[in-house]
Each structure stands twice: as structure tokens, then as C-alpha cells.
Design a protein around this ligand. Structure first.
Ligand SMILES: [Zn+2]
Length: 547
């Protein structure tokens, strides 16, 4: 039989229960035709033959929740992540440097800062930013995506704009805004540069695409496009489509459309509720490269920003229980409309009050209009009481937690929750033990999105300070790999084509410098990615496959 490509001399962990290991993979039209041992090679006449040089290969990594476009944009911003940033003064210096090469009046944008990791333990202020860039518009994006800091010129630009519900401009001791902008109020800043041009978005996608392939990411779910706070333009779907057409996007993308982009459409009375994009487009439209997955709904904020909706107050005194970004009644209406119209609903919920509310709404949806296999998701599912786990299972809900949060923001999360609530945070094992699906995801650019770093934390459960996070929730490296492959595929209704290297499945895999399943657990994050193959073609290649 003629095939397009034959990958031989490999050590494939296929994740196919019928044939867990193989040394040869035959590919036709971007899909696996057969996986087997060396004798298989004789059955095929390949147009191309690739020697994996005895290396380990696993199914391609699939990030179930990330913001690739944002990440690509941030790759162009001043990097304010810690390290290297240790103090507010470090941030000010970095901003001053960029301002020196930026025309006056223009934007100086920094991304990735986290006040929890700065020696001062606080956000920079507008006054501090004014001192280093008085003639520029300065916008520092917090790593959580749930807040930002701006300077006085920007505060001046937005002075007449009403502060939207679910957001706040934080007031300083002098009774005036101090530069910190929370949650929905970020739209006031965002709107000054919104919408971004399609060309800029394509360039950002292209930048991110290169990095993703180098890290073994072959599929990703883009968590929120087209509208709402996370959008860069109403034309985001067009930017993704055009990036694909131009050949600068070869990571497979599942788009979660922001619920704000959906509307009620006229319809024949036989058609029931239609809450969709124009034309009635909804979950599943597209192809194996670029498709519309679910709809993204926001309920609350973040733990480290202390804006997640909690049942009891955050630690540290006071009565701050966070808040809902979307009022619960509006939340209920949006989720119900989307459910009735056939969407997979993917709701961001981090605080235990938000998680309980969303589960309640999903339950009501199923009671009033039962739909088989909805796979509604809870993005992050940050804090969930043990008593609600059975409900998650019974409703078939998929939690989408982020492993890498543990090391990068775990100390901040523990500080916000206190010891008594930390065991409820970012669960993994509790889900798997109950047969609840577990995808792997990063929420990049919130944290480093390299999947091997995510798996490292899922297994090791240690924060940046070296403290254990929740050791009881640690899982094996095999389980972490399953999460980042089969788990993520299931969470996007793509388990028929992704997550295993078996006949009929997409030929997406990663060649690694070490055997991931045999490596010391402390070394998981350092396993080198040597090559990334998507659709049977090497899109990243440090191994010399193409020779
Ligand atoms: Zn996100």
C-alpha cells in the first residue's frame, strides 16, 4: 500500500489500548493508517521516510484552555513577569527603557506582572508610571488577565467613561484612582485601542504558532473570541481563518466564541430557541484545523486578584468575598439560552460561590431541557467543595483546571484561600477518582503554557517557594499526559480523531529527548521537545527529520 509518510525507528507511546507501543507509524492524508513494529514497514510504500532515531514519541499536546492570540500580542509587549522582575522599581525601569524608544503619546504596554511576586507585594501606581513615562500611555497587564495598571494619561482618557458593572477603578489614599483597574473596568482601557487590526492579530497568531510548535502543542482551545473583555476585535474569527489560509497557523484550533457575540435569531417556530452567531453557526462548525467549539461565558474573577466569587471572605481580614463579573441572573439567562440552542457551554468560574452557582444553572438547564452528552465545562473550576464533586459527575460536566497555576501562582492562591480551603483548589485526582474527565490546560498567557511544565506541576504539586500545594491531588505522569492529550480531546468533542495514535486518528505527535513515562518526576519540565508533527508533517524539527 502506498502511503505519504512512514515514521520508523521510534518509540511511540500511542495511548491506543489495543497497541500501547509501536516503533513504526504509517500516515496517509494526515491520518494514521497503521501503528506497529518494524515488520510493518515492509507493508507500505512511503513517499517519504523519516527516522526517529530511537526517540520517544507521544500524541501531540492539546491545551484545553489558552489565549494564543493574547500570548502572541504579549510577545510584542515589555515582559514584566517575575523573574526577572523583583520589585516595582524593576518594572518602572523596564517601562522607562521602552518609553525611550517609543514616540511620545503612543502606548507603552507591559504584560505578565504579578504583585504577589514583587518585593513590595503591591501593584505599581499611576504616579510611579508617570515618573518614568510622563508623555506616554502606559498599560501594564496583570498576569491573571483580570486587572491592569495604567498611568495618569490613560486615567485622563477614560475620566468621562462610566465604570461598567462588575469592574472597579481602585481609589488611592488621596481619594483619586491610583491606576489599578479591575475586571470589567479593563474594557475602559481596552476600548481606547479597540478594535485591533486583522493584520496585527494575524502577526500575533504567527508569532505564537512558532512557539507552540516548539513546545509540542499540536492543538489548542482558544478560550473566548469575537466579543467581551477577552476580545481584541469583533473580527477575531476572520483573523484566525486568514492566518490558517496564509499557512502561518499549523496548530489545530478550537474556538470558544464569547457569549456576548451570540444573539437571538429569527426562526421558524419548529426550530426552537436560536441563540447563535449570524447564520445560525454554532458548536462544531469548521474542520479539523479550525473550528467553532463552545461558547465562553464569564462568571467571576481570579483568586490571586481576590476577585473570584467566594462563599467566605478571602484571607487577610476584611469582608472581601470577591464578586460576580456577570450578575447571576444574567449569567443564568445566557447559559440557559446557549444550552437551549445546542451550544457546549464553557463557563469561567473560580471561586466556590461561582462554581456552585454555575453547577446549579447547568443542573436547571438539564432539568428543563435535557440534552444528551452536553459536556458543558467549568473553566478553571478553581475552588470546589468535596460535596459538589458527585454533582459534577452526574451532570457530565468537565472541569478545566490549570496545572501550571500550582507553581507560578500557587503561593498567591494559598495566601488568598488560607490553609483550610486550599485542599479544595485546582483538584485533579479527586476528579479522576470519580471518573470525571480531566483535560490539560495552561490559560496562557496567565502562566507559562509549555505543556511539559503543566504536566510537571500536575505531578509534583509544588509552589514556587517549594511548599507542597495539595499533595493529595497529585497524579501520575501517565495521567498528566492523558489529560494533555485524550482529556483535552474529549473536552472538545474530538476524541474520535485526537488523543491517541491509532488507525484513523490524526497523525499529530511530539518527539521527545527522553522517555516521558520513565523520566524522574523532578525532570518532567526539562524533557526537550525535538520535533512536532502535525497532520503527518514535521512543523518543528530539531531532530533533522526533514533530512
Ligand atoms: Zn482563560
Amino acid at each position: 500500500m502506498r502511503v505519504d509518510a512512514l515514521f520508523h525507528n521510534g518509540r511511540f507511546h500511542t495511548q491506543d489500548p489495543d497497541r500501547p507501543t509501536a516503533s513504526v507509524l504509517a500516515v496517509l492524508a494526515g491520518r494514521v493508517v497503521a501503528a506497529g513494529d518494524a515488520s510493518l514497514a515492509e507493508q507500505f510504500e512511503p513517499a517519504r521516510r523519516y527516522d526517529l532515531q530511537g526517540r520517544t514519541a507521544v500524541p501531540g499536546f492539546n491545551d484545553a484552555h489558552n489565549h494564543m492570540l493574547f500570548h502572541g500580542i504579549n510577545l510584542d509587549a515589555v515582559d514584566l513577569s517575575s523573574p526577572p522582575m523583583r520589585t516595582v522599581a524593576d518594572i518602572c525601569r523596564a517601562i522607562a527603557e521602552r518609553a525611550a524608544t517609543t514616540p511620545a503619546g503612543e502606548w507603552v504596554i507591559g504584560a505578565g506582572y504579578d504583585q504577589n511576586k514583587l518585593a513590595e507585594g503591591r501593584h505599581p501606581t499611576a504616579a510611579e508610571l508617570d515618573a518614568v513615562a510622563p508623555g506616554h500611555r502606559v498599560w501594564l497587564k496583570h498576569t491573571s488577565g483580570h486587572m491592569c495598571t495604567v498611568n495618569s494619561l490613560v486615567l485622563h482618557d477614560i475620566r468621562d467613561t462610566p465604570v461598567p458593572d462588575g469592574g472597579a477603578l481602585v481609589i488611592g489614599e488621596d481619594g483619586r484612582p491610583n491606576g489599578l483597574v479591575q475586571e470589567q473596568a479593563q474594557a475602559m482601557v481596552r476600548n481606547l485601542t479597540y478594535p485591533m487590526s486583522v493584520e496585527r492579530m494575524i502577526a500575533a497568531i504567527e508569532r505564537a504558532n512558532r512557539q507552540y510548535l516548539a513546545e509540542g502543542v499540536t492543538s489548542a482551545t482558544e478560550a473566548g473570541v469575537g466579543a467581551g473583555l477577552v476580545a481584541n476585535s469583533p473580527l477575531e474569527l476572520r483573523a484566525w481563518q486568514e492566518a490558517r489560509r496564509r499557512g502561518v497557523l499549523d496548530v489545530r484550533i478550537n474556538l470558544l466564541v464569547a457569549v456576548e457575540a451570540l444573539h437571538h435569531l429569527d426562526h421558524h417556530h419548529d426550530d426552537g430557541e436560536i441563540f447563535a452567531l449570524d447564520g445560525g453557526l454554532h458548536s462544531g462548525f469548521g474542520d479539523e484545523w479550525l473550528r467553532i467549539g463552545g461558547t465562553k461565558v464569564f462568571s467571576d474573577g481570579s483568586l490571586i486578584g481576590r476577585t473570584a466569587a467566594m462563599i467566605d471572605p478571602f484571607e487577610g481580614g476584611g469582608c472581601n468575598c470577591g464578586f460576580f463579573q456577570t450578575e447571576p441572573e444574567l449569567l443564568r439567562r445566557r447559559i440557559t439560552d446557549a444550552h437551549r440552542s445546542g451550544w457546549q457551554v464553557c463557563t469561567h468560574a473560580i471561586g466556590d460561590r461561582a462554581v456552585a452557582t454555575v453547577l446549579d444553572i447547568y443542573e436547571q438547564c438539564q432539568r428543563e431541557l435535557p440534552r444528551p452528552d452536553t459536556r458543558h465545562r467549568i473553566e478553571h473550576c478553581g475552588v470546589i467543595a468535596t460535596g459538589l464533586l458527585d454533582k459534577v459527575k452526574a451532570l457530565g460536566v468537565i472541569p478545566v483546571p490549570q496545572g501550571r497555576f500550582i507553581s507560578e501562582i500557587g503561593d498567591g492562591m494559598k495566601a488568598a484561600l488560607g490553609l483550610h480551603r486550599t485542599p479544595d483548589a485546582y483538584r485533579q485526582r479527586s476528579f479522576l477518582e470519580r471518573g470525571i474527565p480531566l483535560p490539560g490546560s495552561s490559560d496562557r498567557p496567565v502562566v507559562n503554557g509549555a505543556p511539559l511544565l503543566g504536566m510537571h506541576d500536575m505531578v509534583n504539586q509544588r509552589t514556587a517557594s517549594g511548599e507542597p500545594f495539595v499533595p493529595e491531588e497529585a497524579i501520575s505522569v501517565a495521567a498528566a499526559l492523558r489529560a494533555y492529550t485524550a482529556g483535552s480531546a474529549y473536552a472538545a468533542f474530538e476524541e474520535d480523531r485526537k488523543g491517541a495514535l491509532a488507525p484513523g486518528m490524526l497523525a499529530d505527535f511530539v518527539v521527545l529527548g527522553e522517555d516521558l513515562l520513565a523520566v524522574d518526576r523532578d525532570g518532567i519540565g526539562e524533557v526537550p521537545v525535538l520535533a512536532t508533527v502535525v497532520g503527518g508533517e514535521a512543523r518543528f524539527d530539531r531532530l533533522g527529520l526533514g533530512d
